[in-house]
Design a protein around this ligand. Structure first.
Ligand code: 13P
Ligand code: SF4
Length: 310
């Protein structure tokens, strides 16, 4: 069957399957490694395999290619994009940047390779606060593309930054009303939220962090019930690692808790089998883009290692 075919192809082609926590459950089950964007970037930099199948979205697979020029990076569905990356086209950002010639550009990893070439430092939701805190206090900063993560980082670090006006369609749509409804139903539940949610939702959270950080929090916290303001895929590992705890994802409206990232959900087992078999679709980037995009990414990984975040 499909899973056996994937496992055999993976072995015969010396391939590695990396997956993000927002992937379908069955994809998480066949992955060699599951992680948040930071852990996935770090992992992608340190593998011996000839092929990496990236079960995530386009900017994640691009990041793996930037860090692994000579490896084949496959993305099961090339249409797996990201609304946040789309909210910051590089040509528009280039114009915007001209207004702030003395600013240092920190970009969230959820952006295109071309955006990365316009950045001085990349961050993820797993290290943004620590990285900004590590920068010289008098440095003027532009933060792109996520205005919600940017505002959260400003609040945590007490630093002013110029923010690009971008958002993620999945997290930004979550409303306080539905968090409060769940809190009324489960008053003892702790609220965990991804920092891509907007300020009023974050203000209701007991814990804010990356997908990895939320998973760690719910495991270590003694509470039995958790309200989760993030994408539904994260519930799979939460429930698997904590079978006796209960998790309630914040719904998008009265009828449905379907806050799925439509891009993440484009990957399927069948597409993974096909891409391993055909060795396509592949991520291609020109050498100059790779060279320029690699600099701010490597800086992120170096500082993260220094700060012992990875
Ligand atoms: P994490 O890095 O926290 O996994 O987030 C990635 C992402 O795309 C969230 O929407
Ligand atoms: Fe992009 Fe949002 Fe999907 Fe994450 S959940 S990949 S930020 S669209």
């Amino acid at each position: 069957m499909l899973i056996n075919e994937i496992l055999e192809l993976k072995k015969s082609k010396n391939a590695l399957i990396l997956a993000h926590y927002y992937q379908e459950d069955e994809i998480q089950d066949i992955a060699d490694f599951i992680g948040d964007s930071l852990a996935l970037a770090d992992k992608a930099q340190n593998v011996d395999n000839d092929i990496i199948v990236f079960c995530g979205v386009h900017f994640m697979a691009e990041t793996a290619k930037i860090l692994n020029l000579d490896k084949k990076i496959l993305l099961p569905d090339l249409e797996a994009g990201c609304s946040l990356a789309d909210s910051c086209p590089a040509d528009r950002f280039k114009e915007f940047k001209k207004n702030y010639p003395d600013h240092f550009v920190v970009s969230y990893i959820n952006c295109t390779a071309e955006m990365k070439t316009l950045s001085d430092l990349i961050c993820t939701s797993g290290n943004a606060v620590q990285l900004i805190n590590a920068l010289p206090k008098d440095l003027k900063i532009i933060f792109a593309p996520d205005k919600n993560l940017g505002a959260y980082v400003m609040e945590k670090t007490g630093r002013e930054m110029v923010l690009w006006n971008g958002t993620c369609h999945v997290h930004d749509q979550l409303k306080t009303e539905y968090v409060i409804n769940l809190k009324m139903q489960y008053p003892d539940a702790k609220v965990v939220a991804h920092p891509e949610c907007d300020g009023p939702v974050l203000a209701l959270a007991d814990f804010i962090g990356s997908t990895n950080a939320m998973l760690k929090y719910v495991k270590q916290n003694e509470n039995k019930q958790f309200i989760v303001a993030s994408e539904t895929g994260i519930l799979y590992q939460m429930q698997k690692n904590n079978p006796k705890k209960e998790f309630y994802v914040v719904p998008v409206d009265e009828t449905c808790a379907c806050n799925d990232c439509k891009y993440m959900k484009l990957n399927t087992l069948e597409k993974i089998r096909n891409c391993l078999r055909d060795e396509k679709p592949q991520i291609f980037l020109d050498r100059e883009t790779i060279k320029r995009a690699r600099k701010p990414l490597e800086l992120m990984l170096d500082i993260s290692k220094e700060l012992r975040i990875i």
